[in-house]
Design a protein around this ligand. Structure first.
Ligand code: AMP
Ligand code: ZN
Length: 114
């Protein structure tokens, strides 16, 4: 838990979120500024700053994130229509929250962006 981290605050229950799914390792909630009809964020419950900080010890968390993405896609009705799982790492990708997170996007035909 990093006190000044907004996602750690959400995990701690100090900042509200619209929760979709939770298990021992991850929390999933709706993005506050959705970029698609379905836009959820999947985050590990432990503070990891970015993809650059994911090592062998975090393999279980990455698997949990993928499992949560599948469950969330079913829950939010986009498992069959399709979805995209996106991680932004670092300034060129526009990472603004420095707590590892994956965007789950769907609910419309998604264009390729760069
Ligand atoms: P990124 O650019 O990959 O760091 O994306 C951070 C995402 O977090 C953005 O899509 C924001 O809209 C979202 N976000 C920031 N604060 C909150 C919050 N309190 N609740 C939900 N989503 C948030
Ligand atoms: Zn954090």
């Amino acid at each position: 838990m990093l006190k000044e981290c907004i996602f750690c605050q959400i995990i701690a229950g100090d900042t509200p979120c619209r929760k979709v799914y939770e298990d021992d390792e991850v929390l999933v909630f709706h993005d506050i500024q959705p970029a698609a009809p379905v836009h959820a964020l999947i985050i590990p419950k432990t503070h990891i700053a970015s993809m650059n900080d994911v090592g062998r010890e975090q393999e279980g968390i990455i698997a949990a994130i993928h499992r949560a993405a599948q469950i969330t896609a079913i829950e939010l009705g986009i498992a069959e229509t399709g979805y995209r799982l996106v991680n932004n790492c670092g300034p060129d990708a526009g990472q603004v929250v420095h707590h590892l997170h994956y965007h789950l996007l769907g609910g419309k035909k998604l264009g390729m962006t760069q």
